[in-house]
Ligand binder design. Sequence first.
Ligand code: PEP
Length: 256
Amino acid sequence: MKTYIVGNFKLNFTVGEASIYLHKLLKALPIYRDVEVAIAPSTIALQPLSLQIDRHKMKLAAQNAFYRDYGAFTGETSFSQLRGIVDYAIIGHSERRHIFGEDDKCVQKKVAAAVRNRITPILCIGETESERAFGETADVVRDQLIGGLAEVSDDEIDRVIVAYEPVWAISSTKAAKLATPDEVAEVVKLIRKIMKETYGEEVAEKMPILFGGSVNSSNAGAYLTVPGVNGLLIGGSSLILNEFVDIIEIAKRVRS
Ligand code: PEP
């Protein structure tokens, strides 16, 4: 299985800035066949960057899209419009769930729409700080995982990536708020167990699981060596080009 390194720019960079970043990233990166790199700039930058990108080196991901393909949905962009432009889409990110009120029903329709449009969904799941404190992590992860995948058929389930992102560890600057490799290992094991019970062993073993939560070049190696982790979803550190390149190099070294 490849190692996935996905940079989520969130609401940062103009189209011009994203284009300059991509130019420099393409120059800095060799082709790594076993490390799949993707960046997720703002929706407005996806089309121009799709003309600039070298898909042998890296791919584009959408940060979000709407589940209906067309119609009276002012302000939305559909997965069908992004078909051919992006290879991946981040779906169910905690900021979408908590700031924009996306529930598991909405997330499951988006996951299905991505698959229908040949875009690989990166389904984000993870508990909040209080859910963890109340011992609800396993239930939350189970509900978000089963809920998010509910509209994907058994034939298409192997086209999904899951990202475990504990909400309390996202955009953290405090060491106490970083997930430990052991905490990540425990939840990743649980995700594979739920996948095995629901879809069988082969699907469970082959599904890429990424970790996200304040990953930087100092902790990337530790997270990448957690059993069952196949890559990283990176927010803040992906905005710093050298940092993102360093993390990709670490991923390459961990693989070799
Ligand atoms: C994210 O946006 O998915 C994320 C993990 O952000 P950060 O790396 O900044 O915590």
